[in-house]
Design a protein around this ligand. Sequence first.
Ligand code: NHR
Ligand code: GAR
Length: 221
Amino acid sequence: MNPNTDVTAIKIVVLISGNGSNLQSIIDAIAERNLNAEICAVISNKQNAYGLQRANDHGITSHWIDHKKYSSREQFDQALIKAIDPYKPDLIILAGFMRILTEAFVGHYQGKMINIHPSLLPKFRGLNTHQRVLEEGDSEHGATIHFVTPDLDGGPTIVQARLPVVAGESAEKLAEKVQRLEHQIYPLVVEWFSERRIRLDQNKVYLDDNLLPANGFDFIA
Ligand code: NHR
Ligand code: GAR
C-alpha cells in the first residue's frame, strides 16, 4: 500500500544538522522492510546539511530553519514547532541535530521525541564523545537511543549498542564504527515505534509492555 494513503502508518519528522546518514538508514529501512511509517518532513538548522539533499532525492519535504535568525532559543524552538505541528507527527527523530532544545519544546513533544547519541550514556554526555572516550582510555564505546527530556542526553534509554575500543585507533575510525552501529539501531527503533511496541510511562521505557532496564535494550550486532 502507498504509505501516504495508509492511515495506520506512523508519521515522522526528522531533525538534522549535517550529513544525514542516520536519516538515510531510516529512509532505506522504511522502503526495504516496508515499515508502516512515513517521513513527512526533514528539518535542518543548517542550510548546507547534506541530509536536506537526501530528503529531496527521496521526494521528502525539507525545511531549513536558520537558528541564527532568531534572537533566543525560545523563538527558534517556536519556529520549529510551527513548522512541525502541521504534519501532526507521531514521532520526532533527532538524527545528528546539534541545537539544544528548550524545556517548552521538549514538553510539547513529551514521549514522542527520540535522539541518537554517540556514546554509552550516561557516560560522555554532550559533544566530541569519540575523542573523549579515547582520552579516558575506555575499553568500550557505542551509541544510545533515548527519549528526549529537558535533561540534556539524560532521557530514558531505549537501546544501546556497544563495541570494543581498539588501542591506538583514531577518533575518526571510532566514529565510523559507532555510526555503523547507529545505522542498525535507529531503523530497529523506528520499526518498534511503527508497530506501536514502545511506550514511555513515568520516565520509564516499555517494549511490548515489558519494562526495559536503565541502559535499554542491549543490541548485539
Ligand atoms: N535537547 C534537550 N532538551 N534534551 C536533549 O537530550 C537533547 C536536546 C537537543 C539535542 C542531541 C545531543 C547529542 O546527542 C540533543 C539532545 C547538541 C549539543 C550542544 O551542545 C549537545 C547535545 C546534543 C546536541 N549544542 C550546542 C548548542 O549551543 C551547539 C553545538 C553546535 O552547533 O555544534 O546548542 O549529543
Ligand atoms: C551521529 O554519529 C550522531 O550520533 C551524532 O552525530 C552524527 C550524525 O551523523 N550526534 C550528535 O553528536 C548529536 N550531538 P549523521 O548526520 O550522518 O546522521
